[in-house]
Design a binder for this molecule. Structure first.
Ligand code: HEM
Length: 177
């Protein structure tokens, strides 16, 4: 008997091999409890929010590079605003990604583990950079160096995590024409 609570699955349809998120009637063995459904609901946010930390943290790093090269403080203000928003949304993205692993269509794999831990490291570095950005008005250069290290580290880690996530969903050849 079909359930009223559809599970989310990835499926190829039509004449395209591109996977799509679709709803399926019924539940999978081992899934379907209230806790599972709440986790899946949070997990469904992952594809929605993941674009924000990628865009915001990379924009923050680019603006910080412009601040270093030009010496203009207005670039630093752009960098800090993007780093704070990006740090907050990177944490939301990592939590949602973690919850998404309880979805029935997500297969455990080495690639998923690399994605998980690089994503967590990127979100932690982005959050640290956002916190350190509140100390940039202090006279010591120490905080600025710490901010730049956290931010550039976060940008690299989040870019790699995004690449690995896309590789999991779209396959290893997704960048090839
Ligand atoms: C800032 C950190 C993260 C970023 C930028 C990120 C990015 C991505 C991207 C780009 C995708 C592919 C989405 C698509 O093309 O539809 C993806 C999928 C996914 N991510 Fe993340 N992610 C992050 C953190 C995490 C974490 C910490 C986990 C925990 C395990 C996680 C679990 C997943 C899962 C389960 C999928 C779907 C895989 C599948 O359907 O086979 N992500 N992520």
């Amino acid at each position: 008997m079909p359930s009223n609570n559809p599970d989310l699955i990835l499926e190829c349809s039509g004449n395209t091999l591109a996977p799509q998120l679709v709803y399926r009637e019924g539940t999978t063995a081992g899934h379907g409890g209230k806790g599972d459904k709440q986790m899946l609901l949070i997990g469904k946010l992952h594809p929605l929010v993941l674009h924000f930390p990628i865009g915001l943290v990379l924009a923050a790093a680019a603006a910080e590079l412009a601040a270093i090269l030009t010496g203009r403080e207005s670039w630093r203000a752009v960098s800090v605003a993007n780093a704070r928003a990006g740090g907050a949304l990177a944490v939301v993205t990592a939590i949602a990604g973690w919850a998404l692993t309880s979805a029935p269509f997500v297969e455990p794999s080495r690639l998923l583990e690399w994605h998980r831990w690089i994503g967590v490291a990127g979100a932690t570095a982005a959050l640290a950079a956002a916190v350190v950005s509140t100390r940039l008005r202090a006279p010591s250069r120490h905080w600025l160096v710490l901010y730049q290290a956290g931010l550039f580290g976060a940008a690299a880690l989040i870019a790699v995590a995004g690449h690995l996530g896309a590789k999991m969903v779209w396959g290893a050849d997704f960048l090839r024409p």
